[in-house]
Each structure stands twice: as C-alpha cells, then as structure tokens.
Design a protein around this ligand. Structure first.
Ligand code: MRU
Length: 350
C-alpha cells in the first residue's frame, strides 16, 4: 500500500489532494500563491487541524516570495499582513494559529528579506516532517488503549488526510491494527460534510482495515447494545483544563460513552493544546454555511428556504474524556497538570 499524501511540495508549488472531491475523484490541486492556500483551507479542500497548520506554513512561505519590499521593516509588515489573512481562514483549529505564529517568530528572528522565502520554506518542510513523526509516536503510545477484540468507534476524519501522514485518532487505530490487535471498527458518517463516509471509509479501505459505516445517530444504539468498547476521536483545540473542541457530534458521543461505561479518548498533537485558554468556553466555534446542511453537492435535501444552523465543531467537557493521547504521552485527569507536562515533553516544548 502506498501512503496517502494529501499535501506535497514540489517544483516550487503546493499540491493538495482535493478533499471535497474524494472518494469519487482523486484530483490534485496545484497552488503557487498564498491566497490559493487560504481559499483551499476555507473551502475545506484541505482540512483537519494538523493539515490546516502545515498548509498555512507553506502559505507563509509562498507569501514570503510574493513580497517585493526590500527594506526589512516594510517586508515584515507585509509578511505580518499575510500572516493575519492566513490565520483568518478558519477559526477553530489552533494548529492554524500555532503554525502561522511559528513562521512569524522565525521571520522576526532574522528579519532580513534576503533569503526569507528559503528560510520559511525550510521551516514549513520541517513542520511537514514533524507532523508524521508525531503521529507515528502517538500511534505507538495510544495503541495500548485499544481493546484486542471488541470494537472501536471513531468520528470525522483523523487519518493521513487530516495530517501530513498516518493520522491522529485514525493513526492510533492503524497502529493497534499493525501491532496485531484485532477489533471491529465503526466510523460515523459525520454529517453534514461527510468526512467519515467520504474520507475515513476511503482511508480504511486503502489501509485494508475493515471498517463499518454508521449514521451519526446510530452510535447510541450500538453502545447500548454493548457493541462498542472504546471511542477515539481527534481534536481541533484542547483548552488547558482538557475541554476539547472537535467535529460537531463529538460531545454527543462522549456523553453517550460515559452513560454506557465506555472509555472515550482523544488523540491530538501538542500543537492542538492551547494552554492560553482556561476552558472550552473560550474556544471560537466555526459556523459554516447553512447550504452544507440543506444541500448535498449542490442538490437540495431540504425544502427551499428552510433555515439551518451549521456549527462545525462542539466542545466536550473534560469530565467525559478518559485520556488525551499526544506525542507527550497519555494525559489523564486532572488535565490542568497533565497537559502542561505533555506540552513540556512534546514537540512544541522541545
Ligand atoms: O472541519 P474539519 O474536517 O477540518 O474537522 C476536522 C476534525 O474535526 C478532526 O477531527 C480534527 O481536526 C482532528 S484531525 C487529525
């Protein structure tokens, strides 16, 4: 099996596997201007917190080569303008801001415009490499949480497509499977964008891991029948107290898991942990267009004119979370302490 690579840099261009077209078509987008990367993030042609972060880093590298100013002050002010535009592409995944900030800090540490595009590109490449390494490490740490036998449920898409490779929660499932554990996998459709049905089902097929698709609302019934032994999802932002924003529907799964005595885990790199936010109440939740709910690929699925709200994420309070896997280890309650330790020993604290 060849690895899925949703993001690639070659010939001075960024190549993105268009995730709005999968699984029906495998189309690669060719980008050479930073505004195109902003559009791709906003339109979810690239999506998933770590993948958004790395794409933003490449967008910064492209912005650096588009700026023609030669004085360091003017150059930096234009670069910071581009940084603000890139950071505004989507609001919830903190990896986006983390990546842009990392690039801005590097640029400020050596503000000479000469060689800036190369310096920023090298940093984006480093972030690209680090992401997969972190995911593989998380897989190694998280696989022991999974049952041998029984069934694991996951939500949204947290695989290679949501990262530069291997994935977070899906990476943990893959690591468990590759280590020889055998369990059933259920994945939700993930209404309304269908990241689960379109992307996760496709990834599991590519990996040769049998996975069964369910509608989001079937999760409770399966849990009550004793057919789920563990739930694991990714995250878009984790507050200092462990409250976690992830794809809408995650909160319901976590509450149902607790009610049914099933462990509920999160897997996310330390770049997703935002120690600046005390609780999940401070997380900015993206509202997406209502057409994503009332239409499927342009075809109406609801009466014309019906109002719909479309919060793309929800927040799961930390009391529902049995553990958070990052490259810094498996953090458990009380998260205020354990997440600080994880960040300190993970990549972003290195
Ligand atoms: O709106 P999306 O598809 O970008 O949301 C993605 C998720 O919610 C993922 O679960 C999360 O980013 C973790 S990805 C490794």
């Amino acid at each position: 099996m060849s690895e899925i690579r949703p993001i690639q840099w070659s010939d001075g261009k960024l190549w993105l596997l268009d995730q709005t077209r999968l699984p029906l078509e495998e189309i690669t987008l060719e980008l050479d201007r930073y505004q195109q990367a902003i559009d791709a993030i906003r339109d979810m042609q690239v999506r998933g917190a770590p993948a958004i972060g790395v794409t933003a880093a490449y967008a910064m590298a492209m912005a650096a080569r588009e700026i023609s100013a030669t004085s360091p002050d003017e150059y930096m002010s234009e670069l910071e303008g581009a940084a603000s535009r890139i950071a505004a592409a989507r609001p919830t995944a903190v990896n986006l801001f983390w990546a842009v900030q990392r690039m801005v800090s590097l640029a400020k540490s050596e503000p000479d415009p000469l060689g800036m595009p190369e310096r920023l590109l090298a940093e984006a490449q480093r972030m690209y490499q680090e992401d997969e390494e972190i995911n593989r490490k998380m897989g190694g740490l998280g696989k022991d949480l999974l049952p041998d036998g029984g069934a694991v449920l996951t939500h949204c898409n947290t695989g290679a497509l949501a990262t530069t490779g291997f994935g977070t929660a899906l990476g943990v499932i893959r690591a468990g499977w590759e280590a020889g554990k055998r369990f059933k996998v259920f994945n939700t459709e993930t209404r309304p964008f269908l990241q689960g049905a379109r992307l996760t089902s496709w990834e599991f097929q590519q990996l040769g891991i049998p996975a069964t698709l369910i509608v989001d609302s079937a999760a409770g019934m399966l849990m009550r029948r004793g057919e789920i032994d563990c739930v694991i999802t990714g995250a878009d932002r984790i507050a200092a107290n462990g409250d976690t924003a992830n794809k809408v529907g995650t909160y319901s799964l976590a509450v149902l898991a607790k009610e049914n005595g099933i462990p509920f885990y999160i897997a996310a790199p330390t770049s997703t942990i935002d120690l600046n936010l005390a609780t999940g109440d401070d997380i900015d939740i993206e509202e997406r267009p209502s057409q994503e709910v009332t239409h499927f690929q342009g075809t109406p699925t609801a009466p014309e004119g019906v109002p719909a709200v479309n919060p793309a994420f929800d927040v799961t309070p930390h009391r529902y979370i049995s553990g958070i896997v990052s490259e810094g280890g498996v953090s458990r309650s009380p998260y205020l302490e354990s997440l600080k330790l994880a960040v300190g020993s993970g990549a972003s604290g290195a």
